[in-house]
Ligand binder design. Structure first.
Ligand code: ATP
Ligand code: MG
Length: 244
């Protein structure tokens, strides 16, 4: 049985953590071993980077530094946790991944999309999810839900327009990559949202394993000459991404 990489995306407070918990039970009831993780974070080093990124005291963090720290945390997470879990045949459920960087640092902060994509290539080494669920809610709904949880982190403190740009980019990602990225209406009840997500995941589980071979970097790496650096083995060309 091959591993399956699923990411859950959406603005703050849209219900990602709630749905990951429900989806984990659903997958376990289907006999799958599930590893839940999150970004930024998921390993001790990446969690240390997360603390820098989310600390409201770090208001001086420049957009470029922010981008590089997110990608640095991702590189560690991919190597130390995501790829080993996928290679072991597990389902990896990741709370945010590279699409969040595209939406927050690219679309919302205005860093060039080409630079963001280039860094994704380095950090992910071609490890892309087979399925990305975007839980879509209006910004005021998300921020209200997140607000009930207590103190806001550095990103939650951004103005409403910033979160609007993030939301719009997630919706555009689904238009650009409709096979991989699915939008679910997060305003419905927790159980109603979970039901839609379960259907989307079940459809992927029923695909032949070959279609779920998402770790393009590992396939490519075998062709990389001995001595070549790992990061160069995972180059993800546009043609490959479309195939996902
Ligand atoms: N469908 C829903 N309807 C109503 N409330 C919900 C729904 N889903 C989640 N909530 C509530 O909204 C709050 C935020 O949910 P959750 O923590 O799952 O969001 P999140 O996307 O993980 O947030 P963050 O981006 O801040 O991590 C929680 O109190 C949760 O119980
Ligand atoms: Mg959460």
């Amino acid at each position: 049985m091959s591993g399956l990489f699923i990411t859950i995306e959406g603005i703050e407070g849209c219900g990602k953590s709630t749905q990951i918990r429900l989806l984990k039970s659903h997958l376990e009831s289907r006999g799958r071993v599930v590893e839940v993780t999150r970004e930024p974070g998921g390993t001790p080093i990446a969690e240390a980077i997360r603390a820098i990124l989310l600390d409201p005291a770090n208001s001086a963090l420049s957009p470029t530094t922010e981008l590089l720290l997110y990608e640095a945390a991702r590189a560690q997470h991919v190597d130390e946790r995501i790829r080993p879990a996928l290679e072991a045949g597990n389902v990896v459920l990741c709370d945010r991944y590279a699409d969040s960087t595209t939406a927050y640092q690219g679309a919302a902060r205005g860093l060039p999309a080409a630079s963001v994509d280039a860094l994704h290539t380095i950090a992910t080494r071609g490890t892309w999810p087979r399925l990305t669920i975007v839980i879509d809610v209006p910004v005021e709904v998300g921020l209200r839900r997140a607000g009930h949880r207590g103190a806001s982190d550095r990103i939650e403190l951004e103005p409403v327009e910033f979160h609007e740009r993030v939301r719009a980019e997630f919706l555009q990602l689904a238009e650009r990559e409709p096979d991989r990225v699915k939008v679910v209406n997060g305003v419905e009840s927790e159980n109603a949202v979970a039901e839609v997500i379960n259907c989307l995941v079940d459809a992927v589980l029923e695909e032949p394993n070959s279609k779920r071979t998402y770790v393009l970097g590992s396939r490519r790496r075998r062709k990389t000459p001995r001595g070549a650096r790992n990061g160069q083995g995972g180059q993800l060309r546009e043609r490959d991404r479309r195939r996902l």
